[in-house]
Design a protein. Structure first.
Length: 326
């Protein structure tokens, strides 16, 4: 089901770039007291989970976006909302994003689902009697949707939400290389190159580092780094096999998707049509909101982050549904 959301952008943040950049640059980071758990993986690598202060309700796994972390602007506010609702949130750091490079040459990508499975298994082991939900942002949202589609009815979640997902990775890469969206491409590439240098300082990298560090587009970086490190033929193969857009009809867990038509990371034509969605999906489309922005409120000194309350409300309602399996 696709509906129009009730999001109303702040009058003082017009346009997608103001919506996107305000929280990125000016939002005060909400610092929760987080407790770290390290998961040792079967391939010799590790994942770091950061647990928020406990609640007695369901456990909610939160997955950040490209080069994000528990310190990302969109994480702290959501953790607060979930805690206020009595839920116990935990942030899953994608490989190499927790402040320490991961051990292997490979890292993470938009279609990686095995690490999500490992994190949920760890949660189930720790809390065998609680319902589990998950929230994914941007790249993390794409991975979450893809994982839910792969498992269908066997997915061990009771609810999910995804925000500002690059459903079609090729279209997203092309969008980031056009017009003003190149600002975000520059920012992301700088972060990716920094992470790559840190990794190469301690782990042999079976790629052409000189060319990789000179990549000028996301597509080129994925062609030189992401694809070869993760078993894809090239960037086009990686995008085709990892995009969530083609598998949304297979999701059977109740899932909320929030997206803005003016998202500078994805062209409007790449937003999935209603006919591509499974009945379990509720997609709420806003005309405005940018990329993980959704800033509302009348007073600039008291901004409201609409998507955080919307996710909280959706999870509360869905997880309280007694017809859901435990």
């Amino acid at each position: 089901m696709t509906t129009h959301s009730d999001f109303q952008p702040a009058w003082w943040l017009p346009g997608p770039h103001c919506q996107t950049l305000w929280p990125t640059l000016l939002r005060r980071r909400i610092c929760s007291s987080l407790s770290r758990q390290r998961l040792e993986l079967d391939d010799g690598d590790f994942l770091d989970l950061d647990w928020a202060p406990p609640g007695n309700g369901p456990v909610v796994l939160v997955v950040h976006g490209l080069e994000g972390s528990a310190r990302s602007h969109y994480i702290g506010g959501l953790l607060g909302e979930l805690h206020n609702a009595g839920m116990h949130a935990v942030v899953m750091h994608l490989r190499g994003c927790s402040g320490e490079p991961n051990r292997l040459a490979r890292s993470y990508h938009a279609g990686e689902t095995a690490d999500l499975a490992a994190a949920v298994t760890a949660i189930r082991t720790r809390y065998p009697d609680r319902r589990i939900a998950a929230v994914g942002f941007s790249l993390g949202g794409n991975a979450l949707l893809k994982w839910l589609a792969e498992l269908g009815a066997a997915a061990p979640l009771s609810a999910a939400a995804a925000v500002s997902v690059p459903f079609d990775l090729a279209a997203a890469a092309q969008k980031l290389n056009r017009g003003s969206s190149r600002l975000y491409q520059y920012y992301l590439l700088r972060a990716l190159r920094r992470s790559l240098r840190r990794k190469a300082a301690r782990t042999p990298m079976p790629i052409n580092m000189a060319r990789a560090l000179k990549a000028t587009t996301i597509w080129e970086f994925d062609d030189l780094v992401t694809a070869p490190l993760h078993g894809f033929a090239d960037a086009a193969d990686y995008y085709a096999r990892s995009s969530s857009t083609a598998c949304l009809s297979d999701i059977q867990v109740p899932t909320l998707i929030l997206h803005a038509c003016d998202d500078p990371f994805l062209p409007p034509h790449a937003i999935p049509a209603a006919k591509a969605l499974a009945p379990a999906i509720t997609m709420e489309i806003s005309q405005h909101g940018g990329h993980v922005g959704f800033v509302s409120g009348w007073r600039p000194w008291r901004p409201q982050y609409w998507h955080e309350r919307r996710i909280r409300d959706y999870l509360e309602t869905t997880l309280d549904d007694t017809s859901l399996p435990d």
